[in-house]
Structures are given as C-alpha cells and as structure tokens.
Design a protein around this ligand. Structure first.
Ligand code: ADE
Ligand code: ZN
Length: 385
C-alpha cells in the first residue's frame, strides 16, 4: 500500500461524527463516577468494566442494537465541561489525522430529556471548537443538531420551536430576548456578538433508528425549521442585510439509506429539503437515485467502518465506493461513532484504501468533494482547496 503515507497526509474534512459517539468506554466510566450516574450493570453485565463494554461493542447486530448502548452511554454527560472534554478529545484525534474542518452532530433531544440544557451542551461544544481553532493549527468546526427518529415526531417539533426562539421569527425582525436567546447569550459570556449567536448552529440533521420510519414523517417539522431558519448558514458577512438574505437558508442533512431503502434518500431530498445525505449506501441499488445524486451533486457522508459494525454492509469491499466514484456521486469518508466502531477518520480512510485500492486521482477527487460539500463559508473552502 504505497499510498498509505499520502492518505495519512491528506487534508481532511469530516462531516459525519456524532460527538456522543466519540465517548470512549474509559471516559464513560470516568464521567459516570464523577457525576454519580449509575450504569445498568444489574440488567447488562457489559457495563461491569471497560473491557466488557469494548467486547460488547465488537458484536453489534444492527443500528438499533448499537443505539441502545449509545443512548445509555451519553447519560454520563452532564455539564458543559463534560461536553467540552468530549469534543476536545475528538478534535485532538482528528487533528492527528490532518482533519482541517469538522462538522459535528449532536443529539439535543436526549440531553434535554435528561435535564441538561441546550445552552450547556452548546457552550461546552463551542468552547472546544474555539480551543481547537486556537490550539490545533486553525482547525475549524461547525455544530449540527440532529432530530431523532426513535422519539415521537412531536418531540422533534418541540426542539425546532425551541431553536426557533433563538434565531428568527416571522417577518424581518430578529427575535431578541426569548428564553433560549438569553440562556445562550449567558453561555457565551457576552463574548459573541449578536450575529455569531445565530451562527452557532450550521444546519439541522436527522438520525437514529431508520427502519419503518420514512423521512416524510418529519416533513412538517423540517418545513418549519427551513421557514424560520433555525440554523443559519455561517458566513463571514454578519450584517443584517446578509442575515436577511440567508433567511430560509437552513441547511439540512438526513441519515437515509443506511439500513433503509433507496426510496428514503429520495424522500429526504424531496420532503425534507436535504442538501446532503448521511450514509446513503442504499443509493447504489437504484440507478435513478444514483443519476439524481450525480446530477444534483448531492454529497453522501459515508462511514465504512460503521456500516460493517452495524451490518449495513458485509465488508468494507461491499461499501459501494467504486460505484459512487464511477457514477460521479460526491462523497466524504467519516467515522460516525468512532468510539463504538473501532476507528476514527484515519482508520476509515485506511480501510477504504485496503479494500478498494484507490488511485491518487481517486483520493484527490474524494478530498476535493469533501471540501466542496462542507458547510463552512467559501473563503474557508478556498484555503482548503
Ligand atoms: N446516531 C448515531 N449514530 C447513528 C447512525 N449510524 N445512524 C443513525 N443514527 C445515529
Ligand atoms: Zn450517523
């Protein structure tokens, strides 16, 4: 594998990494102890030790089997400092793999249900993001909250309503002084200007269980989110005119075609207004979907190790990398939940190279498409291209 040093040195963008999925068993037990969280050892001996938990992680049978552990694991995250430590540990690993820009998913609904405020979660994640830029070679990062499909649709609606208070209201005026705005402003210690508050969230995602949960069920929720621009596209221009122009520009990404059928990809695009698709490997089974992704240059955020761990693909060789390259479907390669699936972004790149033996030109295409599909502003993309 003569390309291995080149692949390690490639400047990378990561778009599909759930920060709660970067919680290692070691940190999980440490935070459980510190925060007095009782793990369900009596029901499940996998929680008896770090080693037992790693052993269980090596035998996931499906997405839902994994999600069961993932949602229990994140119950140890209680304070802004916990989220900062979690994200910082991820950024350090990402930096070591030459990640220049990372877009981080998080699951607000689960934290809110546990009584952890959105302000604490965002404050912790933003603190890590700022430190990463300062301490890790100018690495940039963006935050993307995800709506969760295993909870009632109405629960997603409530989160969108809460996010909406902090951003735009009907009409042209910026909403001020709602509870979430106040909480977030306090969280930011008054260091952020009014506009960067609006830039805290770069887009809106959809994840969790997929089987029998078509994207269409979330159509009205995403319509509301788009209409009120709950997550504005970031821009260097934070003038009021620019914010106004970007109204309705909420960026949307959705997990689709991971365990579910190719049709769900089409529904995510048409019914939710998704601009990217997370996973999307089922696209390879449907020529019409492939043609559309290529024509509209919709980026898939692939997660090869995840697909094998959760049995969405039999092996890395079965992840349709070559099919997407040949069809001109843009994709990036990502780690999804690196602490659960045995590898961060570098291990995913390495696994792809080992199974698919790509050329230097193929890698140039992948790296260029990853920059193009990022949601940072154009100036940042120019630097990376
Ligand atoms: N949440 C965290 N990881 C996920 C995945 N691979 N699919 C759906 N939801 C998730
Ligand atoms: Zn995911």
């Amino acid at each position: 594998h003569t390309l291995q040093p080149l692949i390690a040195a490639l400047p990378k963008c990561e778009h599909h990494m759930h920060v709660e999925g970067s919680l290692s068993p070691e940190l999980l037990f440490e935070l459980a102890e510190r925060n007095g969280v009782t793990l369900p050892v009596a029901e499940d001996a996998s929680f008896a030790s770090v080693e037992a938990l790693y052993a269980r992680y090596s035998r996931f049978t499906s997405l839902d089997d994994f999600l069961h552990y993932y949602y229990i694991g994140m119950s140890v995250l209680q304070t802004a400092a916990d989220f900062e430590a979690l994200a910082m540990a991820y950024f350090e690993k990402a930096h070591a793999a030459n990640v220049r820009h990372a877009e981080i998913f998080f699951d607000p609904q689960v934290h809110l249900a546990r009584g952890v405020s959105l302000a604490d979660v965002v404050r912790g994640l933003r603190a890590a993001s700022r430190r990463a830029t300062a301490e890790l070679g100018g690495m940039t990062s963006l935050l993307i909250p995800c709506l969760l499909r295993h909870l009632p649709v109405d629960d997603s609606g409530k989160l969108v309503a809460q996010l909406r208070e902090g951003y735009w209201a009907d009409g042209d005026e910026v909403v001020q002084e709602e509870t979430v705005v106040q909480a977030l402003e306090e969280a930011f210690d008054g260091q952020e200007d009014e506009n960067s508050l609006r830039g805290a969230l770069a887009g809106l995602g959809l994840c969790s269980s997929e089987r029998d949960l078509p994207p269409t069920l979330w159509r009205d929720v995403f319509r509301e989110a788009r209409r009120h621009s709950v997550a504005s596209a970031p821009s260097a221009d934070s003038s009021k005119a620019s914010l106004k122009a970007r109204r309705g520009a909420t960026r949307i990404t959705a997990h689709a075609g991971e365990e579910g059928p190719a049709d769900y990809i089409t529904l995510a695009l048409d019914d939710l207004g998704a601009q990217r698709i997370d996973h999307g490997i089922a696209a390879a089974t449907d020529p019409a979907v492939m043609a559309r992704l290529a024509k509209e240059q919709i980026m898939l955020t692939l997660c090869p190790l995840s697909n094998v761990c959760l049995r969405a693909a039999k092996s890395i060789a079965d992840v349709p990398i070559r099919t997407f390259l040949d069809a001109g479907v843009p994709f990036s390669i990502n780690s999804d939940d690196p602490a659960y699936f045995g590898g961060y972004i570098q291990e995913n790149y390495n696994a792809v190279q080992e199974a698919h033996n790509l050329s230097a030109d193929d890698w140039a295409t992948i790296v260029r498409n990853a920059v193009r599909g990022s949601w940072c502003d154009d100036a940042r993309k120019q630097v990376m291209l």
